[in-house]
Every structure is written in structure tokens, then in C-alpha cells.
Design a protein around this ligand. Structure first.
Ligand code: PLP
Length: 456
């Protein structure tokens, strides 16, 4: 039997289950887990055809920053639509892609002054890996063919991106297809011995985990830096692996090591970029820059598929040559799509006009305060927050509940007018940046209610 919370849209749901193969889903689970038909979005809310509403507490897989059907982004995309919907980006250029590249470079003080475009996050990761390898080849370091990635890291699910991903549910089935990479210790804070003492003790404990993790990279580079192209990591928060957070001292230390051993540093900011961690780029917390920075998800405000890789002049110049073989010949059909770029430009304009990063400091504090009851709940482990991301681990012993926790939580949340989708038993909130006070109250109270329901 198909269970939906909105029975009147059962027809559409049934047709979808017949014809649409849904992502990241065991389709058989939809015999018990609801599939929701969405007909409309407005601000932080999604609506089904019957007018039931759901607060999008995870920004529709972390892409939506300023709400659904945002009037300013809508206007920009509509204006672009009447001028130029798309033109190929080889041999041609257009205003939106130039302005977007300039604006993003500006945000790095022009350290990462060259921007290469694609459509999905995984493609941006592929591009960064290929560019790093090809840079070393172009500069005569042909032995450099390997990558270092982090335990629990996630960089997308194409075969190349999976090779630097360490999340078993995505990787295990394809193990035979995937190139081996070096997987090193995660700097995950939860490994810290949280002394019941002062904040200073706790800080020291976090830092010591970070430095221990960086030590593993150091040992590996000491042994074989001449074979290694790059280290790839998700700065500050390893998201899909379970919202594991770490101290920025880790990024600083890894940057030093990459410099010392002549290895690239690839920052995958696909999830943590665009203000999610409190700064526009997560790497700003460490006061240094990577060699490649991948963006996607939030960059188009959650409107259109757009991804990009920003890099340094030194790297760009190693491809600049009379020979075609030295060029970076990678391309995707929709590279630099004008509609997606116009959505991104409108998104950046909102950051400037509304001083979003400043406003989010207040909003983040308000949400943390509203979630206070969870912090002292004995069923909650490792309540954590970074900027506009909150997460905690549910203390679940029962194996059946452990296995079904995420789906049960999702289903219960829908009844409480919330879109929430835990990763295993890790519940997280990653809301858009536009919540009103009453929406914050809704978010906090309903999260608690759903948690009670699922745990009870
Ligand atoms: C989502 C994500 C990706 C993959 O992006 P897609 O657009 O889903 O291919 C890569 N890296 C990180 C850190 C992500 O969160």
C-alpha cells in the first residue's frame, strides 16, 4: 500500500513512481515512505497541491539560500531569458558569465582569479582533480598521479568523484570500478575528549584532534609527495558524511603542508561555500586560500544547475601554450549557462544588498538559542553548530530503529510541516537564510516534537 500524507495527489505520486527513478532512494521503500508532490514554493516553504506546507529546513539538499520563488532572483532570470537563454562557451562569451567570474574572483582578492564552469558539483570535483593532475604533467612532474582524501569525505558520485569520496553507502557497490586513493584521518571534532572543563580546554582538545589528523597527511607527504597531485577536503564541515565539523587550524596546517611538499589543495566548498559556515567561503575562517575551490549548490540560489572551479594564475599559466595538448580540453554542453549565471549574479547581489553574512550572525544565534533544549537532552549526542548548519546524533541503540531512523524521521517531519532528512541517525538543519522569528520557532519546536515522536 502506498502511503502519502496528501492522498489527493496520489495520482501524480503513482505516476511518478512508475516513470521517475528517484535519486538516492531505494524505490521499494516508497511502499511505506511518503513521496510528496510539490506544486509550489514560496520563501522557506514548499506546498503540495492540497496546500499542505513544509518548512524546507534542509534548503532542498542544501541549494536554496534565499527562499523559493525569490522575487529578485526571479526577475533576474526572467530578464536573462528574454536576452539569451544559452550559447556555447567555447569561442563565445557573454555578459553574465564574465560578471560572475569577476565578482567571484573579487571575493578572493583575485587570488583565485580564473573560473572554469560546469553544471553539477561532481563535475566540478572531476575538473579540479583533472586540472591538478594535468598541471603537474604540463610542468614535468609526471609521477604525480595520486590523491589524498579524508575519511568520511564526500565529493560527489561520478566515478572519478567517488574515488575521493569515503562514504560507504555511495561507494561500496562500485568498489571494483574505482581508482584507489589515500584516505587519511578525518579531523572530526567528535573524536575530541571533551573535558568537562573550560571552553579553553575544549578548544585545545579540538585543536589536538585537528593537528593529529594533519599529522597523517604530513606522514604521507613525507613518504611520497612526489607521487601526489593534491589533497581534497570539505573545509570545516564534512556534510554528506554526517555533518562532521572541525577546527580551522586544520585547514591552516594542511595549507602549510601542501606548500612545503608542493602538492595542491582542493577545497570542495560545494556545500559549505556561499555563506553556509558564516563567511562567504569556508576557507576564509583559516585566513588562507586553497589552489582550487569548487562551488555549486547555493551559488545559483538553488535555481539552476551551476558549478565552477576557481584557481590561481600560476595554475592557469601552466596550460597557456601554443600546443593544444597542454590545454584543458574538458567541457560540458551547458558550461557557463547564462540563465544559471544570472541566478548566481542575483544571489551575489542579495548577499551585498542585504549584508547577509552580517544578518546571518544574528539569525544563527537566534536558531541556536531556540534549539537550546536539544543541547541538554540526554538522547542527544554531539550537538554542534557552524554558521547556518546545526547537527546532532540521536542516541539510538535498537538496531531496527537505527536502520529506519532517517525514513521515520522524514515521515514524521512531514506531518509536522517540515522537510527534514537525517543522514543515518544524524539529524541536521541547514535552512535558507531568510527565516522569520516565527519560522525559527516552527523549526525548533517541530524538530523537537519530531525527535520525541521518533525516539518515543
Ligand atoms: C553535493 C556535493 C557534491 C556533489 O554535487 P552534485 O551537484 O550533487 O553532483 C560534491 N561535494 C560536496 C561537498 C557536496 O556536498
Amino acid at each position: 500500500m502506498l502511503t502519502t500524507v496528501n492522498p489527493d495527489s496520489t495520482d501524480l505520486v503513482q505516476r511518478s513512481l512508475k516513470s521517475v527513478w528517484h535519486p538516492c532512494t531505494q524505490m521499494q521503500h516508497h511502499e511505506n515512505t511518503p513521496l510528496i508532490a510539490v506544486s509550489r514554493g514560496e520563501g522557506a516553504w514548499l506546498f503540495d497541491p492540497q496546500g499542505h506546507r513544509y518548512l524546507d529546513a534542509i534548503s532542498s539538499w542544501w541549494v536554496n539560500l534565499f527562499g523559493h520563488a525569490n522575487p529578485r532572483i526571479n526577475t533576474a532570470v526572467k530578464a536573462q531569458l528574454d536576452k539569451l537563454e544559452h550559447a556555447m562557451l567555447a569561442g563565445f562569451t557573454h555578459n553574465s558569465v564574465v560578471e560572475l567570474s569577476e565578482s567571484l574572483s573579487d571575493l578572493t582578492g583575485n587570488v583565485l582569479g580564473h573560473v572554469f564552469y560546469a553544471s553539477d558539483g561532481a563535475s566540478a570535483v572531476e575538473i579540479a582533480l583533472k586540472m591538478s593532475f594535468h598541471f603537474w604533467k604540463n610542468t614535468g612532474h609526471t609521477k604525480k598521479q595520486e590523491f589524498i582524501c579524508l575519511k568520511g569525505g564526500y565529493h560527489g558520485e561520478t566515478i572519478g568523484a567517488l574515488s575521493v569520496t569515503d562514504v560507504p553507502i555511495f561507494k561500496t557497490a562500485y568498489a571494483e570500478l574505482i581508482k584507489q586513493t589515500h584516505v587519511v584521518m578525518s579531523p572530526d571534532d567528535r573524536q575530541a575528549v571533551h573535558l568537562n572543563g573550560s571552553q579553553a580546554d575544549e578548544r585545545a582538545s579540538r585543536e589536538s584532534v585537528a593537528l593529529r589528523a594533519a599529522g597523517e597527511i604530513e606522514a604521507l607527504l613525507k613518504a611520497r609527495a612526489e607521487s601526489i597531485c593534491a589533497v581534497i577536503l570539505e573545509p570545516l564541515v564534512q556534510c554528506a558524511g554526517g555533518m562532521a565539523m572541525h577546527d580551522p587550524v586544520y585547514l591552516k596546517r594542511v595549507r602549510e603542508l601542501c606548500d612545503e611538499y608542493r602538492v595542491h589543495l582542493i577545497a570542495d566548498e560545494i556545500a559549505v561555500g556561499c555563506g553556509r559556515t558564516g563567511e562567504f567561503f569556508a576557507f576564509e575562517h583559516a585566513n588562507c586560500w586553497p589552489d582550487f575551490l569548487c562551488l555549486s549548490k547555493g551559488i545559483s540560489g538553488g535555481y539552476l544547475p551551476l558549478s565552477l572551479v576557481m584557481t590561481r594564475d600560476e595554475i592557469y599559466r601552466a596550460f597557456y601554450d601554443a600546443k593544444v595538448s597542454k590545454a584543458f580540453l574538458h567541457s560540458h554542453s551547458y558550461t557557463g549557462n547564462p540563465l544559471a549565471c544570472s541566478a548566481a549574479l542575483a544571489t551575489l547581489a542579495i548577499f551585498r544588498e542585504d549584508q547577509t553574512l552580517k544578518a546571518n550572525k544574528q539569525l544563527s544565534q537566534t536558531i541556536t538559542n531556540a534549539l537550546r533544549p536539544l543541547q541538554s537532552d540526554s538522547r542527544v549526542k554531539h550537538f554542534r553548530n557552524q554558521g547556518m548548519i546545526w547537527a546532532f546524533d540521536a542516541q539510538v541503540e535498537d538496531p531496527l530503529l537505527k536502520e529506519t531512523f532517517s525514513r521515520r524521521f522524514f515521515a514524521s517531519a512531514l506531518k509536522h510541516e517540515m522537510l527534514l532528512r537525517p543522514i543515518g541517525t544524524t539529524v541536521y538543519l541547514m535552512p535558507p537564510y531568510i527565516l522569520s522569528d516565527s519560522e525559527v520557532t516552527h523549526l525548533a519546536q517541530r524538530t523537537l516534537a519530531v525527535f520525541d515522536e521518533v525516539m518515543g
